[in-house]
Write a protein of this length. Structure first.
Length: 334
């Protein structure tokens, strides 16, 4: 999206407190830091009639003077989505309205690109358009985790959804198949985590709270069903959003998630034979950006279906709200 004339735009209520430079980047992501700073320094951008810097905090209802902006570069043929890619992106939709997009992310598809990752969710979002029309990620899922991925379709909706995650107003429920039978069968795991380089890999490991790299992490857990003493199907609810949090917490409890090449151990390895990561973002419940509540549920992935088949689990064994019947919060601190 570009403009060749001066325009006046207003700050949406959902963007109250957002920095000016981030407000611009949400609408015109092709503008780089240097271009934006030049616009701010030259006084071409005005907030309520006054000059403003990139770190200026905006207030809902403020007027932004937007000068003529450089055009976004045309996507090269190499980067353009094919009709097949567009059809694939649209096939992932679980829910969509004017403000919210929910995708059923398959296992193995990265959310964002990297040096060796050319196919990812962020690229597929071009199926909905570019610039202000491009949906925005408001949270993440690991590459090998399947399930609900939520996006905002407008800058204001993305700001509100991100705020719900930041303020812990979003309830995420994951299903996982783990090695052994956790005791207690339900509770809350509180354990600081830190990223560590282990060999040529980066792992998330338990850490002492005083460790400067440590971040507090909290996971609620409930047992749904067991396949004898070998395997348990669990519902997990992260209260914080640390990298690999669920995988690291279950490993720390002595019950790693099956099919996990990073956090598996000698107990989970034989049980994981023939399985991919048995972790699925089953549902999200959070306030809709406009009104009411939004509840999105993702059907089981092919990878999780294989785990269910192998150990004899059935979806109808699970309550619609597995955490609603817990009598008390048993806390485990390690």
């Amino acid at each position: 999206m570009s403009t060749k004339e001066v325009r006046t735009l207003y700050v949406d209520a959902g963007e109250d407190g957002v920095r000016l430079d981030r407000w611009f980047k949400r609408r015109w992501p092709h503008l780089n830091h240097i271009q934006l700073n030049k616009l701010f320094r030259s006084g071409q951008v005005r907030v309520d009639g006054s000059r403003a810097k990139g770190d200026t905090k905006l207030a809902a209802g403020s007027q932004i003077r937007v000068p003529p902006l450089p055009d976004a570069p045309d996507p090269t043929d190499k980067n353009k989505l094919s009709p097949r890619d567009i059809a694939y992106a649209k096939s992932l939709v679980l829910y969509e309205d004017e403000e919210v997009l929910a995708l059923n992310k398959p296992a193995g598809l990265a959310v964002q690109g990297g040096t060796k990752t050319t196919k990812h969710v962020d690229k597929l979002l071009s199926a909905w358009g570019e610039g202000v029309d491009r949906p925005r990620l408001v949270h993440r899922l690991d590459r090998d985790t399947s399930g609900v991925l939520l996006l905002g379709k407008t800058p204001a909706a993305a700001a509100r959804l991100s705020g719900a995650f930041a303020k812990r107003k979003a309830q995420k429920t994951y299903w996982a198949i783990v090695a052994g039978n956790p005791h207690p069968t339900e509770g809350v795991m509180e354990l600081h985590l830190a990223k560590r380089g282990v060999g040529d890999r980066e792992l998330v490991v338990p850490a002492q709270p005083k460790d400067p790299d440590a971040q507090p992490a909290e996971t609620e857990f409930v047992t749904i069903s067991r396949a004898g003493p070998r395997v348990t199907w669990m519902a997990l609810r992260p209260h914080t959003g640390r990298t690999h949090q669920l995988r690291a917490h279950m490993k720390a409890m002595g019950h790693p998630i099956l099919g996990d090449p990073k956090y598996g151990d000698e107990k989970s390895a034989p049980l994981s034979e023939g399985l991919k990561l048995q972790l699925h973002a089953r549902s999200i419940l959070l306030p809709h950006p406009s009104a009411g509540m939004l509840h999105i549920e993702a059907p089981l992935s092919a990878e999780m279906k294989e785990g269910f088949r192998k150990f004899g689990f059935s979806e109808d064994e699970a309550d619609s709200e597995p955490f609603g019947h817990r009598s008390a919060k048993i806390r485990r601190k390690t």
